[in-house]
Design a binder for this molecule. Structure first.
Ligand SMILES: Cc1ncc(COP(=O)(O)O)c(C=O)c1O
Length: 421
């Protein structure tokens, strides 16, 4: 239940007083504006730096300094097992078993690797469904994947676009497209949340529809992981990948995470591109011929754990665990609804919130489409110490991350818009 919102600073402060997560913002560094913390609504792009990260990096630097190669087996966090430390938290975030998740590389690389395992086109079944306007990297990944199999993108890729006059897709429309593709459909590769509109898709319904026609369901969860709790295992999702630099606050270009459903993870016969880190650990150091994958998601690991690229994630996940993803979501629902309520009071500026109004169809982010002056408004917000991002042709994405944003931040953002336009 949402409270009866009021457009006043006192009301916003009252909500902050009642917020059990309010203190978590003190665990992060904020960019400064006129010697004050900026209002940071850009966690959907790059999350803030947890204060604990530099000590965590220092720890690994010291292990390297003091133990050198011995750091793989000794020290506070033996590097040989570094991915293992991340699994309990990642599993909780996406609703998976620990054997279904791991971390390596970065998001697009992992999408490629997983799609190569799960996209096995035949003469009859070779199509891939994705949302029109998916993040460009996903578009490029799918385009080059089908070309890799000598298929033409216009034959093999079905893009679902919003119907006339709409900015977002309905679940019904997505399911109809899947049904219509039927036996020709090999895979659905959808964003969990579309980066531009902020629409959160019904992953359970999409997965069920894909399976009904015999297709694989895979998702790009860049904008979902750490934002909305998921139940990937129970929803029977086949595979998913995400980045760690948005709501997971692991730092720029930090290691990507991924999920493979247990039924596939335990199957050593699924084709994959391999390297020694995915090899059964008992066999790894025998240095023998013949790849024997681990029978869990780590069977897709390829290279030596990139420890310094995972330290930030480990530090940040421990904060997210303390906050609890379900409590974060509870706060996020109210925080974003308050933002929507305040924005709807602004009648002098011509804009449209293109993110769905329904709470279950969005996460922290609202995308505001300004018919005019979008860049000017964006610049003014930046000048006033509000960090949000701009996407052509006129969308300002506003994402109050519940871990470090307050109701007062949301109110001040509204006041700046109200007083300047
Ligand atoms: C939805 C989505 N997919 C893919 C990517 C690309 O991720 P990476 O550059 O880590 O491969 C991004 C980056 O922001 C994204 O938002």
């Amino acid at each position: 239940m949402l409270p009866n919102f009021e457009a006043s600073l006192d009301f916003a402060k009252q909500l902050d007083k009642q917020d059990p997560l309010a203190e978590f913002k003190n665990l992060f560094y904020f960019p400064q504006h006129n010697n004050q913390p900026a209002i940071y609504f850009c966690g959907n792009s790059l999350g803030l730096q947890p204060k604990s990260v530099s000590a965590a990096i220092e720890t690994e630097l010291n292990t390297w300094k003091d133990l050198a190669v011995g750091g793989y087996f000794n020290g506070p966090n033996p590097w040989l097992h570094y991915q293992e430390y991340l699994k309990p938290s990642l599993a909780k975030l996406v609703g998976a078993k620990e054997i279904e998740v791991s971390a390596m590389n970065a998001l697009t690389v992992n999408l490629h690797l997983l799609m190569l395992s799960f996209y096995t086109p035949t003469k009859e079944r070779f199509k891939i469904i994705m949302e029109a306007g998916a993040f460009p990297s996903d578009q490029y990944a799918v385009e080059t994947l089908v070309k890799h199999f000598d298929l033409h993108p216009s034959d093999a890729i079905i893009e679902i676009a919003p119907l006339d006059g709409k900015k977002t897709l309905s679940t019904e429309q997505i399911i109809d497209a899947i049904d219509h593709a039927g036996n020709s459909l090999a895979m659905v590769l959808f964003g969990g949340i579309n980066y531009y509109t902020g629409q959160f898709f019904d992953l359970k319904a999409i997965t069920a529809a894909a399976h009904k026609v015999g297709a694989i369901a895979g998702f790009d969860l860049a904008h979902v992981t750490g934002n909305i709790p998921l139940s990937l295992h129970d929803w029977d999702v086949d595979f998913a990948a995400w980045c760690s630099y948005k709501y997971l606050n692991a730092g720029p270009g930090a290691v990507g995470g991924y999920y493979v459903h247990e039924k596939h993870a335990i199957n050593a016969n699924i084709p994959r591109l391999a390297g020694w880190w995915g090899n059964d650990e008992k066999e790894r150091f025998k240095m023998e011929k013949g790849f024997i994958p681990k029978t869990n998601a780590s069977g897709w690991n390829i290279s030596t754990a990139q420890v310094f690229n995972m330290v930030g994630l480990k530090a940040s996940l421990s904060i997210i665990d303390q906050a609890n993803i379900h409590c974060l979501r509870e706060k996020s629902i109210v925080l974003t609804a308050y933002l929507a309520f305040l924005l709807n009071q602004l009648d002098r500026i011509a804009f449209e919130i293109i993110t769905p109004d329904k709470i279950e169809e969005r996460g922290a982010q609202l995308s505001l489409y300004f018919k005019e002056r979008a860049k000017e408004i964006h610049n003014k917000l930046i000048d006033n110490g509000v960090i949000v991002d701009f996407r052509e042709p006129g969308v300002i994405r506003v994402a109050p991350a519940p871990l470090y944003c307050s109701f007062e931040d949301v109110y001040k953002f509204y006041e700046i818009l109200k007083n300047n336009f």
